[in-house]
Design a protein around this ligand. Structure first.
Ligand code: PMP
Length: 389
């Protein structure tokens, strides 16, 4: 018996039931039923054959998802930010320059991270309701000669999608690598890593992939791999892509232990990828485009204003909507949650207090969901008018 008495009393942790909501913010999204089931698959030891077979399935699924033939593709333990951290810290050393094409909060986060690594982070900004054109970027590449350009494909804080065609070539002409955040676009919006000359990309599992957060796909091109092999700096141990590539057997003969990954999350990601492979990417992209176009049309028919003026800049997975004057965003979201069981989000970063952010993606990308959200939004306008105006 230990002689010392415990001084911290036993806490009251009771059973807790949580209401299941239709998650229609910019993420997380609801899970595919098959993914919920996958989460209960057996826990595997990190050095058994089944574990390596799952990793191989995930890597093959990710090559399809990113549309790349690169060897250096794997998933990081952690949410989207871990992917961001991995890409930045592995590719760019202290005092090197990273150019950030800034239009939303994720670019601001990248700038924050880069600064912590001693990277010379410079930015080019545009109004948050717009996207970049090649000329705007070229001027800055010329001026800064950066090691890499960071840009966000789908921006969930603004509801915009950045056209990436031609950007890889442009960056390479100026000796820069192209880093892309696809956290909220991957699976829901066309993305072609190899064709577009993207050198490093990260994504997440909890948006259009309809899985749980906590495991984040990343991929690096040959050009990026060369830079990593030449680098003089050390990235954080946990995110060191050279070590992770060994754990993930990226080159065919290195099954080693680096850290204990979460088998439930690996099973889940594998299952999300299987769902996407069954649907095929072109079909799934088309589904997101069609459903969101229908959603936007119905919103406009019912007097709502979309935040992003140009239709081609609007993101197919997350739509930003301005509420008519006199309504309180918080009150509006709470009404819809309490009366319709649907969770919408308010603005974030540049859109805070200026718009709603509504995600229709992955398992929730259906006409029924889009219609249910519009109907709930109309109902909220009717019922909140008296108290809000
Ligand atoms: N990038 C984008 C575009 C995102 O939408 C998010 C999350 N909403 C992140 C990065 C960060 O991802 P996480 O919250 O999974 O760390």
């Amino acid at each position: 018996m230990l002689s010392k008495k415990v001084t911290v009393p036993v806490p009251r942790i009771t059973d807790r039931k949580v209401r299941k909501l239709l998650l229609c913010g910019p993420g997380p999204c609801n899970l595919w039923p098959s993914v919920t089931e996958a989460l209960t698959q057996p826990i595997l030891s990190p050095l058994c054959d089944e574990y390596f077979r799952i990793m191989e399935d995930i890597r093959n699924g990710l090559k399809y998802l990113f549309q790349t033939q690169t060897d250096l593709v794997l998933a990081i333990s952690g949410s989207g930010h871990a992917g961001m951290e991995t890409v930045i810290s592995n590719l760019i050393g202290p005092k090197e320059t990273m150019l950030i094409a800034r239009r939303g909060i994720w670019d601001e986060r990248a700038l924050n991270m880069a600064t912590r690594y001693g990277i010379n982070a410079v930015e080019v900004r545009i109004p948050f309701t717009t996207t970049f054109n090649l000329e705007q970027i070229e001027d800055e590449l010329q001026k800064w000669k950066p090691t890499a350009l960071f840009i966000t494909h789908g921006d969930s804080s603004t509801g915009t999608v950045q056209n990436l065609q031609g950007l890889g070539n442009l960056c390479h002409r100026y000796g820069a690598l192209l880093i892309v955040d696809t956290v909220v676009s991957i699976g829901g919006v066309p993305f072609f890593m190899d064709d577009w000359g993207v050198d490093a990309v990260y994504a997440s599992s909890q948006k259009a992939l309809s899985g749980p957060a906590g495991i984040s796909p990343v991929a690096f091109s040959k050009r990026a791999e060369m830079k990593i092999n030449r680098r003089k700096h050390q990235p954080p141990f946990y995110f060191d892509i050279k070590m992770l590539a060994q754990q993930w057997n990226c080159y065919g003969n290195t099954r080693v232990y680096h850290h204990t990954m979460s088998p439930p999350l690996m099973w889940a990601l594998r299952r999300s990828l299987q769902e996407i492979c069954t649907r095929t990417l072109p079909m799934f992209w088309e589904q997101h485009a069609t459903i969101t176009a229908h959603f936007c049309k119905r919103l406009e028919q019912n007097g709502f204003e979309l935040l992003i003026p140009k239709a081609e800049d609007r993101l197919a997975t997350v739509t930003t909507v301005i509420l008519p004057k006199g309504y309180d965003y918080k009150e509006y979201i709470t009404y819809i949650r309490d009366n319709h069981n649907i969770l919408l989000f308010g603005g974030l970063g540049p859109t805070a207090g200026k718009s709603l952010r509504i995600g229709i993606m992955g398992v929730n990308c259906t006409r029924e969901t889009a219609d249910a959200i519009v109907n709930a939004m109309i109902d909220a306008l009717k019922n909140l008018k008296k108290c809000s105006l």
